[in-house]
Design a protein around this ligand. Structure first.
Ligand SMILES: [Zn+2]
Ligand SMILES: [Zn+2]
Length: 180
């Protein structure tokens, strides 16, 4: 039980405003307008900014490096998926992890949500040529039913490859970086 009355706090930025909120990092009193709701509770804007800075360690050079690696490896993966067929379902998530680890090594484990998003998009783009070639073949060979089935199945596996590989890649990159 706590019988002591709650002291009235005033916002650090707005001395006129009473508040009961405190930043859970620097303990500064903040009003609802100054508070930012983060996954770990209310924080002042200064602390949120500081936190983002320590999280974002990526440098400009990391982006082209990550893009090149993701595009090339994702393309190689899409070629392998073209041979594997059904087994793509098991291999695609592994490909995502391999690409994520390669990018992490090449960017010296720099962290940035945007870098992860760019990497994921680059990996998706890298696997697109196979899809486009199959789509083109489908459109051209649309006359005969045999061609359609022979193309539609690999096409479906390619789309699955992209989906599984990119999501596995993105969660691998994000999952590791969350602990800090
Ligand atoms: Zn604060
Ligand atoms: Zn305020």
């Amino acid at each position: 039980m706590n019988d002591t009355p709650i002291p009235i706090l005033y916002c650090a930025n707005h001395p006129q405003r009473e508040t009961s909120l405190r930043c859970n990092r620097c303990n500064k009193p903040i009003c609802t307008q100054c508070a930012v709701l983060t996954p770990t509770g209310y924080r002042c804007k200064e602390c949120v900014k500081a936190q983002q800075k320590t999280f974002d360690t990526a440098e400009l050079i990391d982006y082209p490096i990550a893009i090149i690696i993701a595009v090339i490896l994702a393309y190689i993966g899409s070629l392998i998926a073209g041979v594997l067929g059904f087994f793509t379902l098991f291999i695609a998530p592994v490909a995502g992890v391999i690409i994520a680890e390669a990018v992490r090594l090449a960017t010296r484990r720099h962290r940035s949500k945007r870098l992860y998003q760019v990497t994921a998009v680059a990996a998706a783009l890298g696997s697109l040529p196979r899809v486009l070639i199959l789509l083109l073949a489908f459109v051209i060979g649309n006359g005969s039913g045999m061609t359609s089935i022979a193309i539609l199945l690999p096409l479906a596996f390619q789309v699955l490859y992209i989906f599984l590989m990119v999501s596995s890649l993105y969660y691998r990159l994000r999952g590791i970086s969350v602990r800090y």
